[in-house]
Design a protein around this ligand. Structure first.
Ligand SMILES: Nc1ncnc2c1ncn2[C@@H]1O[C@H](COP(=O)(O)OP(=O)(O)O)[C@@H](O)[C@H]1O
Ligand SMILES: [Mg+2]
Length: 293
């Protein structure tokens, strides 16, 4: 079986994707003989290189943009090329935080109050402060801002709308930040995320030692069961497959889902592998499981 690890791309998360790709490529070598790694630049050359390589399975290690929003998944479906993780519909829904939240609310999964912002005048619909303002379809905490007042929100929205067509303004939740990794029918141990300074922004995500990770999270058994069940329902509700990570904030023992990541980071120190590790699954084994579906 020929495996092609695909990473890179042109999103703001391309460097993270290359790290994921390289780590996965190295790990897969332990279990498979025929592996190649493709660091691609844009969607057209990416598809052409995949076709050229004729893989039996593509390991998608792309983060953000067309690599995670369903576009490449749909293209691979059309070309009848097998790939890891969620299909195009789940990928598309997960990449749209507002769409994800609408589906979750519909099945009574807790999620913070939010408004979709396409124009600065939409700030008038926001009646909950403090507020978190973030791009509707981004990752790695890129573009996440907070505002205490309408005036401050307006300024931040104005700036963010220069880079993004859609934002969401979401009630700021102050609580324990948790992430739950789901792999098909299994929910791995919960990770509690404790940045040493500030919130879990890009720097705190990718700087070694900047954030403390507690696994399994120190929460009551009943709350743990609730968080796991909420994460699993969220994963199923949008139709995820393979490995996905559900980010949430626990406030007053209620797990509010922030978003679902259909291609979670997969470097040796990323969250999904950390969580699998706590379940006794080594990184090499996890990447093998992802190939096997
Ligand atoms: N409503 C919120 N209240 C408090 N913090 C938030 C809220 N939304 C996001 N954050 C913070 O921003 C980080 C990134 O937000 P998230 O929705 O997970 O987007 P992404 O990880 O795709 O950038 C979270 O991990 C959390 O630290
Ligand atoms: Mg997140």
């Amino acid at each position: 079986m020929k495996i092609l690890v695909v990473c890179g791309g042109d999103s703001k998360e391309k460097d993270v994707s290359i790290n994921t790709g390289k780590a996965v490529f190295e790990a897969l070598k332990a279990n498979f003989d025929n592996i190649e790694c493709l660091i691609c630049k844009d969607k057209k050359s990416c598809i052409l290189s995949i076709l050229n390589s004729k893989p039996d399975k593509v390991f998608l290690a792309l983060h953000g943009g067309w690599g995670e929003n369903g576009e490449i998944q749909a293209a691979l479906d059309l070309l009848n090329i097998d790939y890891t993780g969620s299909g195009f519909e789940a990928s598309c829904l997960a990449m749209n935080k507002f769409a994800t939240k609408s589906i979750l609310s519909n099945i009574k999964i807790p999620t913070a109050k939010a408004c979709l912002i396409k124009d600065v005048s939409d700030v008038e619909n926001v009646d909950f402060y403090p507020v978190c303002i973030k791009p509707n379809s981004e990752g790695s905490s890129v573009g996440v801002e907070f505002a205490d007042t309408k005036e401050e929100a307006k300024q931040k929205i104005q700036l963010l709308l220069k880079d993004y067509k859609e934002l969401i303004a979401e009630e700021r939740l102050d609580g324990k930040e948790l992430t739950v990794t789901v792999f098909n029918d299994t929910v791995f141990p919960i990770i509690e995320i404790k940045p040493k300074k500030g919130f879990y922004d890009y720097k705190n995500k990718y700087t070694k030692g900047a954030t403390e990770y507690i696994v399994p999270a120190q929460i009551d058994k009943s709350v743990e069961m609730l968080c796991k069940s909420v994460a699993f329902k969220a994963y199923k509700s949008i139709g995820c497959r393979g490995c996905a990570r559900v980010d949430m904030i626990l406030k007053n023992n209620i797990p509010y889902v922030l978003e679902i990541n259909t291609i979670p980071g997969m470097t040796g120190t990323s969250l999904a592998p950390k969580s699998a590790n706590a379940a006794g699954i080594e990184f090499q084994e996890l990447t093998k499981m992802m190939i096997e579906g």
